[in-house]
Design a protein around this ligand. Sequence first.
Ligand SMILES: Cc1ncc(COP(=O)(O)O)c(C=O)c1O
Length: 392
Amino acid sequence: MKNHYQFATQAIHAGEAPCPVTGALDTPIYQSTTFVSPTSDEMAAVYGEEKFGYMYTRYGNPTLRALEEKLAALEGGEAALVASSGMAAISTAILGYVQQGGHVVAARSLYGAAYNFLNKKLPGMGASTTFVDSTRPEDFEKAIRGNTRLIYFETPSNPVLQILDIAGLARVGRSHNIPTMIDNTFASPALQQPLALGVTVAVHSATKYLCGHGDAMGGAIVGPKDYIQELSHEVLRDFGGVMSPFNAWLILRGIHTLHLRMPAHCANAQKVAEFLARHSQVRRVNYPGLPEHPGHDIAKKQMKGFGAMMSFEVTGGYDGGKKVMDRVKLFARAASLGDTRSLIVHSASTSHRAVPREQRLAIGVTDGLVRLSVGVEAAEDLLSDLEQALDF
Ligand SMILES: Cc1ncc(COP(=O)(O)O)c(C=O)c1O
C-alpha cells in the first residue's frame, strides 16, 4: 500500500488486502501451525529463505504478517515483529541489542515488569542497567559508558505519567551511535510518532490501545528492517513468545478504529483530569494535559493528544486510595488499560505492593495514588461516578 495515505486510511488498509484465492475482504485467521510445500525443493527453498513462504507459525504466519505490516506503516518504521505480550516484545527487543557485558541507560519511571527485566533479569545474563531519575536528556547522556548498547524509556510513563523529551533523547542516542527504544503503549501511534522524532525502535503492549477492547494479549516491536529480521530469526524464534493468529486478528480489528477511539479517550480524560484537579479530596493529578504538569509543554509538542491515562493522589493516603476503589460503580477495579471501558487501580495495594515503600515513593507511587484508564463511556457518567466515589 502507498505510504502517502493518512493515518486513518492506513489504520484500516495497511497490511491487509482481499484474499487472492477466495476474495475474503477481511484478513482471515490463519489458524494453522504449519504450512505445506508442493515439492521438497520448494520446501528447502523456503527454509533456506531463497523463496518467500510460510512454514511454521513460530517462524511466521500470514495473519501475524498483516498486523506487522500495519504496525510498521502506522509507526512509520521499516518493519515490525509481533509477540505474545508486551513483555515478550520488550524482552525480545532489548535482547536484540544487549548481550553479556552490555549496558543499558534507562529511565527510572517505567512499567514495573520492564523495570524488573532491566534491573533483575539483565544482571543475571551478565549485562547491567543504570536508571536515570531525571527527565533531562543531558542526564541520560552522563550515564552512557563505553559498553552502553541501548537507551530505553517510556513516555508517558506508567503509572506516574512522566513526560520525556523524545527528540532530545533520540539526539543523545544518535550522537553516541547508541540505539534508542521507547515504549509507546500509553500514547499509541495515533498520538505519538517517536520514529519520526529520531527514535530507533518503538515497542508496545498491543494488549492496550492497539487492541482497545481488552480481549487479546499481544506485543509489538517496530524498527529497522535488519534489526527486526535478526530479532525474528535469532531471538523470538528461540524464546518462542509468538502471538496467536486469533489474537493478531483481534488486534487488527481493534486498530481499524484506533484513530476514532483515541480522540474520544483523550476528550474524556481531559474532562476527568480537570474535574479531579478541582476536587477537594484530591491532592495531585498526574495528567500531561493539565497546564501545571511539568511535562505539559513537551507533551504538547510531541503528542497529538494527551492520552487517557492518569493518576491522582487522594487524601487519606493508603486507606483513602482503597476507599475510592471500593466506592466506584462504573469504573472497573481492574488492571490493564486502554480498553473502551474505564478502569481503576490503587497502585500501592496492587501493582506496586511488592515494591518496598521507600522505593515506591521514590518513583512517585505514593500511598494514595490511584491510576485511571479513562474509557469512551459518556464523560458525564464517569464524572458522576468519581464524584460519588470521592464523597467521603
Ligand atoms: C507501558 C506498558 N508497557 C508494557 C506492558 C506489558 O504489556 P503486557 O501486559 O501486554 O505484557 C504494560 C502492561 O501493563 C504497560 O503498561
